[in-house]
Write a protein that binds this ligand. Structure first.
Ligand SMILES: [Zn+2]
Length: 205
């Protein structure tokens, strides 16, 4: 319960809580919690919030049955917001939508591209090429020629990134080429993107 003491509640004694699906990462809802709601969440493992309109604590799903099992409670950097990572038993939203954030105001699908997800997906595709080695696949060709060749390509692509940066042109395209070749290099050496992510996260913690 020591973490609960580091939470900075606002003047009304509340803290905003973002609920996120623990397995998919999807943001489900934003609500508020009082100290008591947070303590009940921590002790019961079920998401509790504070309703500002009803002015009372509520356990998510107590009437709808759409409970949220709390896998983890995280505190933000300033201590003034919480993240509940949950396993939802049903839709988070009273409208029946999985997430309260189903209305898009901007962007094609309401979500800007996420480099991490893109790299993970691309690494998966490259791993598939490595297993199947389909005829005519550039990735398969790189993997077939081995680490020395791919490493040389990475060097060339890195130089192209440098040139693009100095000329102020096509930097995004050249960076994409470099990242792709880096992923092929990692695949060839059996190093997963999650391993790289772990190193980055540890350095920037
Ligand atoms: Zn909602």
């Amino acid at each position: 319960m020591s973490a609960a003491r580091e939470i900075r509640y606002d003047e009304k004694g509340l803290v905003p809580v973002v609920a996120q699906d623990a397995s998919t990462g999807e943001v489900l809802m934003l609500a508020y919690a009082s100290r008591e709601a947070v303590e009940k969440t921590l002790s019961s493992g079920e998401a509790h919030y504070y309703s500002r309109s009803r002015e009372e604590i509520w356990r998510k799903g107590e009437t709808s049955g759409n409970t949220q099992k709390v896998v983890e409670v995280r505190l933000d950097c300033d201590g003034d917001a919480l993240l509940y990572r949950v396993e939802p038993a049903g839709p988070a939203c009273h409208t029946g939508e999985r997430s309260c954030f189903f209305t898009s105001l901007a962007g094609s699908d309401g979500e800007p591209p996420d480099l991490g997800k893109t790299l993970t997906r691309l690494a998966g595709t490259i791993a598939g090429r490595s297993r199947e080695m389909p005829e005519g696949s550039y990735t398969a060709k790189l993997l077939d020629r081995g680490t020395g060749y791919t490493a040389q390509k990475v060097g060339e692509e890195a130089v192209e990134v440098v040139v693009a940066a100095l000329e102020g042109e096509k930097l995004a395209e050249e960076t994409a080429d470099l990242l792709y070749h880096l992923l092929v290099l990692l695949e060839g050496r059996g190093v997963g993107v999650e391993e790289v992510a772990r190193v980055l996260d540890e350095r920037h913690r």
